[in-house]
Design a protein around this ligand. Structure first.
Ligand SMILES: Nc1ncnc2c1ncn2[C@@H]1O[C@H](COP(=O)(O)OP(=O)(O)OP(=O)(O)O)[C@@H](O)[C@H]1O
Ligand SMILES: [Mg+2]
Length: 254
């Protein structure tokens, strides 16, 4: 049975898409069967893997116009459900449906067995689509940038996820908070890390793996590639492999 992971943070630009793509690609590199789902009208995940426009997309699944099997496209080792820039219209249309938060969960039931990991890239919002991802998920990852106000808003995501767990999806667990764009040598990054290590409540929730600042991660997605196709022996690939191992151990030990 595939493990469903939602990559979520209502704050923009924290590394959700980069993490969805490259964590998925790291699992695929290890031989796992992976499905990526783009749940953001910015379509950054779809574009990052080289899909500029897809005739069928996640909106069609949400409205029941197509099955998920019909929408999946293959890109090398990865299967993808692409998004559309009109996704917010689809979100509005499902907002009148009873059980609107369960639509993605329902759609995944037919294909969950075919995958080891299903990774969902959320938009920077906590609307109906992001709730769909939390209801469908076994785990969620919260990517955060190492900056002054990084923790602002974190409470909100954790509280919403707790409500989803209590009311809709009892198996939902936080896989971890992931720090990105860390530049280990700067005093500022060191301060963030030591601050974190002194915070007993958060300490155990943060991944040991940090994703360091790496320009190749930015370049790879601009060229429509995963970091493993673009620079497989670089720092970004190393960090995402390490993250995949950490996630794998957590999931396996559940
Ligand atoms: N470790 C890193 N080093 C350098 N650049 C990075 C790193 N991680 C992500 N980036 C870059 O930071 C920008 C934001 O990342 P990304 O698109 O993954 O964030 P996001 O949370 O998906 O954004 P949005 O909220 O808009 O969907 C991108 O240009 C990406 O290439
Ligand atoms: Mg994104």
């Amino acid at each position: 049975m595939g493990v469903v992971i939602s990559v979520i943070n209502n704050k923009g630009g924290t590394g959700k898409t980069t993490t969805s793509l490259n964590l998925g690609a790291a699992f695929a590199e290890k031989g796992h069967k992976v499905l990526l789902i783009d749940l953001d009208s910015q379509c950054n995940l779809s574009t990052s893997i080289g899909i500029s426009e897809s005739a069928l997309h996640v909106g069609n699944i949400l409205l029941g116009e197509n099955t998920i099997e019909q929408v999946i496209v293959q890109k090398e080792k990865l299967d993808i459900v692409a998004s559309t820039d009109t996704l917010l219209d689809y979100e509005q249309r499902i907002n009148n449906e009873p059980g609107r938060e369960y639509i993605l969960h329902e759609a995944l039931q037919t294909i969950k067995d075919k995958y080891d990991f299903i990774v969902i890239d959320c938009a920077p919002s906590l609307g109906t689509l992001s709730l769909n991802s939390l209801v469908a998920a076994d785990y969620y990852i919260v990517p955060m940038q190492a900056e002054n106000f990084a923790f602002i808003g974190l409470d909100k995501i954790l509280q919403i996820s707790e409500k989803v767990k209590k009311r809709m999806n009892p198996k939902l667990e936080l896989a971890g908070i992931l720090f990105l764009k860390l530049s280990g040598k700067t005093r500022f990054s060191q301060a963030i890390i030591s601050n974190l290590n002194n915070n007993l409540e958060l300490k155990n929730k943060v991944f040991k793996t940090h994703i360091r600042q790496d320009i190749a991660l930015m370049e790879a997605s601009a060229f429509g590639k995963t970091i493993f196709d673009y620079s497989k022996s670089g720092r970004g690939a190393f960090d995402y492999r390490k993250l995949a191992e950490e996630v794998f151990l957590k999931v396996k030990n559940k």
